[in-house]
Design a protein around this ligand. Structure first.
Ligand code: HEC
Length: 202
């Protein structure tokens, strides 16, 4: 009788240890930070290392992030709190800082931060962007951007290339900026860029 009660108590303490393990795997990096994890925590003895690399974004084209974890097995990965996936490669990622979490088969996790840089634009795009910032963005940025055109991002400027030329160079159906016109030199910058292809890299 006594023997049975004793093993029941052991099971009970194992069960509560298991609860602590779950809490650890949902929390921060492993091995878990102090206080020392409960005995039996599978994350406690692991030294998971995440290696991160990235390729640049450019205009509307996102960059990529590749994560590779060591120190355990059966890793899955997520980016910025998204769904975990078996591949450590994430494509079409915007420029900026991103958080990667690697999770092993026991649910032990390790996070890291990687920066996706942005390629410099081509000179024709850069010249047009300067014209737009100076002459258009008082009415064409933010939530209240006029005519549904928000030129606040490089990608939006690229996507609007044809309409920018139509309005600012050809006056079709009327000239922009509203109530005036660009100088001949500024119009030429827009024409040069659109003629070259109207891309971020031009
Ligand atoms: C003083 C405010 C103002 C400025 C500055 C301005 N716009 Fe506009 N824009 C408007 C308004 C209002 C509309 C919506 C009415 C219309 O389409 O005429 C509009 C609409 C547009 C549209 C969308 C409609 C279409 O024809 O595709 C484009 C593109 C545009 N503007 C380009 C420009 C460009 C390029 C510049 C700078 C060279 C510029 N705008 C500067 C007020 C402005």
């Amino acid at each position: 009788m006594k023997q049975i009660r004793k093993s029941a108590a052991v099971i009970l303490s194992l069960a509560s240890a298991a609860v602590i393990i779950v809490a650890c795997s949902k929390g921060g990096d492993s091995p878990a930070p102090a206080p020392a994890p409960a005995p039996g925590n599978p994350c406690a003895t692991k030294n998971i290392v995440v290696t991160l690399s990235s390729t640049n974004a450019a205009g509307c084209t996102g960059g990529s992030v590749t994560a590779s974890a060591s120190g355990s097995t059966n890793f899955t990965y997520n980016i910025d709190g998204g769904t975990f996936q078996a591949s450590g490669t994430f494509n079409n990622i915007s420029a900026g800082d991103h958080t990667i979490i690697a999770k092993d088969g026991d649910g032990c996790t390790k996070s890291g931060t990687v920066t996706v840089a942005s390629n410099a634009s081509g000179p024709l795009f850069a010249a047009v962007k300067a014209v737009i910032v100076a002459n258009c963005n008082s009415c064409h940025t933010g939530a209240a951007a006029q005519g549904g055109q928000n030129f606040g991002t490089d990608c939006n400027i690229v996507n609007a290339a044809a309409r920018i030329k139509a309005r600012a160079v050809d006056g079709n159906p009327s000239f922009m900026p509203q109530g005036g016109q660009l100088s001949a030199g500024d119009k030429q910058k827009i024409t040069n860029w659109v003629t070259a292809g109207g891309k971020y890299s031009d």
